[in-house]
Design a protein around this ligand. Structure first.
Ligand code: AMP
Length: 283
């Protein structure tokens, strides 16, 4: 596995592979790999000839009060894990390699990047969309792999790919969970033992809503959101940021659950740690 830090080195290796007729898969990440990240890499290794993983804690997607400085990092461990699952190249640039001092251009979306996570993280999706568009142009992959865990992000990336005419297949990978259901996240690392058991309330609320829809044919979104919110509010250290049932494509809230709908939620634990999760409300 090759590890590079500059755009020029990444492009040189990738264009050699492309010259050999290889297809290229890209897995954008911020590192501190868990099995959710590795599942994206495995999907790329299966589907493409060469897998490129970008490992970049992108400063422009963090707000001023957020956890950029303390975001967990483990470069050596990450490279070992990536190599084990068959990744061919890790691109781990410094911020000044991605954003030159004169950088001015941003990619922002009109509709999909408002509401849900954007309410609590203004500017976040502009940071994400900009860095993903840059990574797409640097790597020029045939396929790029993103987790359904960040469902709004995945939807935004599908839209920007279409809007900006990137010729890239976007592959969404289902959420990888711990044995008890907690969605894997680099931010789970911040949780104390007691917080770890309390945050399961988000998974339980989503699971409750899915069960009501699929097994009891409840279709009123408000009723289910109220029930889920009551469950979450019982957890004293958790604050509910949002719980919403939306149409999967538009991400607009629905009142009657029919077709492809999804429940999305975010909680904050002891004000410090923000966790998100979501579930499909169809089989
Ligand atoms: P991050 O490093 O948190 O920016 O995540 C990099 C990629 O991994 C994103 O596409 C995430 O959606 C995806 N990802 C993170 N956690 C999970 C998970 N538990 N299951 C599936 N994909 C995930």
């Amino acid at each position: 596995m090759i590890i590079v830090t500059s755009v020029a080195e990444a492009r040189a290796a990738i264009s050699r592979w492309r010259g050999d007729g290889c297809s290229i898969g890209l897995v954008p990440t911020m590192g501190y790999f868990h099995d959710g990240h590795l599942e994206l890499m495995r999907a790329s290794v299966r589907q493409t000839d060469k897998t490129v993983v970008s490992l970049f804690v992108n400063p422009t997607q963090f707000g001023p009060e957020e956890d950029l400085e303390v975001y967990p990092r483990d470069l050596e461990g990450d490279c070992a894990k990536a190599s084990q699952v068959g990744v061919d190249l890790v691109f781990r640039p410094q911020p000044n390699e991605i954003y030159s001092p004169g950088h001015q251009t941003e990619v922002s979306l009109a509709g999909l990047a408002s509401g849900l996570c954007a309410d609590d993280r203004p500017g976040h999706f502009t940071g994400v969309a900009t860095v993903v568009a840059k990574l797409f142009n640097i790597v020029l992959p045939d396929f790029a792999f993103f987790g359904e865990k960040d469902f709004q992000q995945l939807r935004i990336i599908r839209q920007l790919t279409e809007d900006l005419n990137f010729s890239i297949g976007i592959v969404g990978v289902p959420i990888v969970r711990e044995a008890d259901g907690l969605a894997m996240s680099s931010r789970n690392y911040y949780l104390s033992e007691s917080e770890r058991s309390e945050v399961l309330v988000l998974y339980r609320a989503l699971h409750h809503i899915r069960h009501k829809v699929l097994e009891e044919q409840v279709a009123k979104a408000d009723e289910l959101i109220n029930q889920g919110a009551v469950m979450i509010k019982k957890c004293v250290s958790c604050t509910l940021e949002y719980l919403s049932i939306v149409d999967e494509k538009s991400l607009q809230a629905v009142s009657d659950i029919e077709g492809k709908c999804r429940v999305l939620g975010a909680i904050r634990v002891n004000q410090r740690i923000r966790l998100i999760d979501n579930m499909a409300l169809y089989r």
